[in-house]
Write a protein that binds this ligand. Structure first.
Ligand SMILES: CCCCCCCC/C=C\CCCCCCCC(=O)N[C@@H](COP(=O)(O)O)[C@H](O)/C=C/CCCCCCCCCCCCC
Length: 211
């Protein structure tokens, strides 16, 4: 995991995610998430429970990727085909495959929607905007609908600990505020494309509600 966060690295990871024929490389998908988790860790221990869950899911996918069937886990497309063809996914209720690649990636995919909304909000924010409000609005419009009450409550408490917008931009380590905004403008189309390709693939295969 990177020692200090760089927004440029996040951008590079999501840029590298797409193959020429628009498949999503799992290796770069998880390296983008690792970079984001390193950022979240720098914000304080109140985010540890979120970071632990994200790291756990990243690790599950990493284990598949370096495991004996790793060639099937090169892209999200090849993973979906391999796991469905070999009945390795619990489709309606949790059973003998509670940690399939498909359901694990789905959790990060939903979080990617939150990230997309949050970054867009940050990009278009002004000096008076509150990061906690932007974060919780993005969360309510995405991940919250998949989380039980207790997680929503804990997430709400964590959001209140987010630093003010100015400090937040500085921790992003990407130069002046204008430079951060420019970089966000470059990162967002990459993130959105990766999100949409994954969303379409999951929808086509009826995988959007995996338990
Ligand atoms: C570019 C820099 C600015 C933005 C930096 C953002 C950094 C964000 C880094 C990581 C985001 C965490 C991703 C969380 C994945 C959550 C996956 C999930 O939904 N897991 C739940 C369901 O899993 P299963 O039980 O079905 O296996 C699990 O129950 C969740 C537990 C933890 C709580 C998740 C709360 C998510 C809040 C997301 C907002 C993070 C706020 C960070 C603020 C910078």
């Amino acid at each position: 995991m990177a020692d200090s966060f760089s927004l440029q690295n996040v951008l590079d990871s999501f840029k590298s995610c797409l193959s020429d024929n628009k498949e999503v490389f799992i290796k770069y998908y998880i390296s983008g998430w690792r970079e984001l988790v390193s950022f979240m860790n720098s914000l304080g221990s109140v985010f540890s429970f979120i970071s632990k869950d994200a790291v756990n899911k990243i690790q599950i996918l990493e284990n598949f990727l370096v495991g004996e069937n790793g060639t099937h886990y090169l892209t999200v497309q090849s993973m979906v085909k391999y796991e469905l063809d070999n009945e390795l996914v619990d489709l309606t209720k949790r059973g003998i495959h509670p940690e399939s690649g498909c359901r694990t990636l789905l959790r990060l995919h939903r979080a990617l929607r939150w990230l997309q909304l949050f970054l867009e909000s940050l990009r278009t924010s002004n000096e008076d905007s509150k990061t906690s409000v932007m974060c919780s609005e993005a969360y309510n419009a995405s991940l919250a609908q998949h989380h039980p009450w207790i997680i929503r409550k804990a997430a709400g408490v964590a959001f209140c600990a987010l630093p003010y917008r100015n400090t937040f931009f500085e921790v992003m380590n990407a130069g002046s505020h204008q430079e951060v905004i420019t970089l966000l403008g470059e990162a967002l189309p990459m993130i959105s494309e990766v999100y949409q390709i994954t969303e379409d693939l999951y929808a086509k295969n009826n995988l959007l509600d995996l338990p």
